[in-house]
Unconditional design. Structure first.
Length: 195
């Protein structure tokens, strides 16, 4: 195996193990044994378990972010919601191990699921600001609404990861129904009834 092939093999083995059991439960011995190499080979490529994990998380974050941003090609807000939702659920369905690694507790602060939500929300923010402006809403609220929207979709994806029912098309349709129809009836200055 070339050095690059070995590196890819270790990444694949590590991803499967971390997805199945989590970062803390997996040992360097298990990674090496599953890859049929000695521990020094793993250290040589990644400097240790944390280095291997960090590369896996970074790759998955970039893959998911690219899928979502590439999917956002529509102009209408409802279509954008559908595209973003389907991109996330397609990723969950097609790369379950990758998503499992992302949603588990991470020892790598910059590679957490929360950081992914923040990054995706930043991409959605400008789309919301544009929609807010055309509808006469305060565009300064777009970052907050972006966090709410992306957080809701991401947590629904995390729930669906294990239940898988209803099917992804139905889940995304319900997400779009809630968010789009909710956005359609936004109040310009919402207040709490109890205050």
């Amino acid at each position: 195996m070339t050095a690059q092939q070995r590196r890819e093999q270790l990444l694949s083995v590590g991803k499967s193990l971390f997805a199945a059991r989590g970062y803390e439960a997996v040992t360097m011995e298990e990674i090496a044994a599953a890859a049929e190499v000695s521990k020094p080979v793993v250290y040589e490529h990644f400097g240790g378990k944390e280095g291997l994990y960090a590369v896996i998380v970074d790759r998955e974050l970039q893959t998911l972010l690219k899928r979502i941003t590439d999917a956002l090609t529509g102009e209408h807000p409802r279509l954008l919601l559908e595209q973003a939702g389907m991109a996330l659920f397609d990723y969950i369905e097609g790369d379950t191990d990758g998503f499992r690694v992302l949603v588990r507790d991470s020892p790598v602060p910059t590679g957490s699921f929360a950081s992914l939500i923040v990054e995706v929300a930043a991409h959605v923010e400008h789309l919301l600001a544009h929609q807010f402006k055309t509808r006469g809403y305060n565009t300064k609220l777009a970052p907050m609404y972006s966090q709410m929207l992306v957080g809701m979709v991401a947590l629904t994806g995390q729930w669906w990861l294990d239940v898988r029912k209803p099917g992804k098309d139905e889940v995304v349709a319900h997400l779009v129904n809630l968010t789009y129809n909710g956005f359609s009836h936004l109040e310009h200055k919402p207040t709490l009834d109890g205050h």
